[in-house]
Design a protein around this ligand. Structure first.
Ligand SMILES: [Ca+2]
Length: 445
């Protein structure tokens, strides 16, 4: 070994030591602004993919992502339905603060509502930091053009603004064409899932030499249940095509997840091909639990309820060189935490006066640090839930129940009578939180 080789050898050893002691942060931060890819499935349940125990649906790409990074066993969407989860994800705060407490429906008065322009989305913060930003897929935070994602920090938007579109005709549930290019409706041929992937790959290729933030909210496996080669259900002029029934739904559901998985594989492959993997943080999650067409594994309940099956969903984080491969975390995380995390990864600053509810997960992801102890809250329609450690208060039909999720993940053993002090503590915390979020405007910048 000559001197040069020796120096190289020692440097490599020192780098390995640094990494082992969890000090990789300083090195990578010095390397600049890492890319961010946030991929979200729609209505994908805790038991719907391979690495979460599904034997029926094959998801090799998501499984590989989990293997090369971190898998979450206690990740939750902020709400058991689409729009509020997305409001919290986009703003980093409980959705009650931005007033998106329910689904923004294609029909009825909520069609005129949306995420207010004065909300600061993560895309706006990252855009200001010099990131190229894009959203390809589902918005669901306002139909009218005044609420368009292109006005909320996304340089590029291709996709739909409603809760769901026909995967082939891109007609929404109220019969309107719903496929956009930024502020205009521009039709595009293709299967929704494939279009999302195609635009994602193209965006990464175009922005490989600058920091980018790519948000890919997929439609799969939300209804209508349609595979790649199935006929459209919603035709132009209000005409209806053939709708999948019975076993066809099961087959289509599986195919929808598998095509999304294939697309995620293409995104990851693009990142690798362009040698961006060490400077790209990839996060995958779902926006709420599965419906009865899917699987929430061992959890009780479905989309729309505050049983665990409504909001405890799959999540995977991957960042070679920063997140140790093959790790699993059981720390309790909420979708709104991703905002603070992305801001931290980008080294960005929040606008003065903006206070987030979510916390920065970076230390947890890269150094397995413990998150601060906290209570977490859910409110949807008449249901309420609070988490503190393993304890969960669930209020349904005006009845308070208490579960220890470490021992009883399926929420079958109500401990409200056995643990009155814990019950009271969580009820009190819920009352304070409800009061605080209803006065939430004061937290706005
Ligand atoms: Ca959903």
């Amino acid at each position: 070994m000559n001197r040069r080789e020796f120096v190289k050898f020692v440097a490599a050893g020192a780098a390995a030591l640094l990494f082992d002691h969890g000090q990789a942060g300083a090195r990578s931060r010095a390397a600049g602004k890492p890319n961010i890819i946030l991929i979200m499935a729609d209505d994908l349940g805790y038991g719907d993919i391979g690495c979460y125990g599904s034997g029926k649906i094959k998801t090799p790409s998501i499984d590989a992502l989990a293997k090369s990074g971190m898998k979450f066993t206690d990740y939750h969407s902020n709400c058991p339905v689409c729009s509020p989860t997305r409001a919290a994800l986009l703003t980093g705060r409980y959705q009650q603060r931005s007033g998106i407490e329910g689904v923004v429906y294609a029909k009825g008065p909520t069609r005129q509502t949306g995420l207010a322009m004065e909300e600061t989305t993560f895309a706006e913060v990252l855009e200001k930091r010099g990131y190229a930003t894009a959203l390809f897929g589902k918005w669901h935070l306002g139909y009218n053009v005044e609420f368009n994602p292109a006005r909320q920090g996304f340089d590029e938007f291709r996709g739909y603004v409603s809760g769901n579109v026909d995967f082939h005709s891109h007609i929404d549930g109220a019969g309107f064409d719903d496929w956009w290019k930024n502020l205009e409706k521009v039709p595009e041929e293709g299967y929704t899932t494939d279009l999302i992937t195609k635009h994602g790959v193209d965006f990464i290729e175009r922005h490989k030499d600058e920091p980018f933030c790519l948000y890919l909210p997929h439609e799969a496996p939300h209804y209508p249940y349609q595979g790649r080669n199935d006929p459209p259900e919603r035709l132009g002029g209000g005409k209806k095509g053939r709708k999948a029934k019975g076993p066809e739904i099961t087959r289509a559901y599986r195919e929808m997840v598998e095509v999304m998985d294939e697309g995620i594989g293409r995104i990851v492959e693009t990142v690798r091909r362009l040698h961006l993997e060490r400077k790209t943080f990839i996060f995958f999650c779902s926006d709420n639990g599965a419906t009865k067409q899917g699987s929430n594994g061992a959890l009780s309940g479905y989309k729309g309820s505050l049983w665990e099956g409504g909001h405890r969903v799959p999540a995977v984080a991957c960042w070679p060189g920063r997140i140790r491969p093959g790790t699993t975390t059981d720390q309790t995380v909420l979708g709104m935490d991703l905002y603070a995390t992305m801001v931290s990864i980008a080294g960005a600053k929040l606008p003065t006066g903006l206070k987030l509810d979510g916390v920065d997960l970076l230390g947890m992801l890269t150094e397995n640090k413990k998150l601060p102890e906290r209570a977490l809250f859910w409110r949807y329609r008449k249901e309420r839930a609070v988490r503190r450690g393993p304890w969960k208060l669930l209020v349904r039909d005006n009845k308070a129940t208490l579960y220890n999720l470490d021992e009883d993940l399926g929420e079958t053993n109500d401990l409200a009578r056995a643990k009155p002090r814990m019950l009271k503590r969580l009820e009190d915390e819920l009352a304070i939180w409800e009061q605080e979020v209803s006065a939430g405007v004061e937290l706005r910048a």
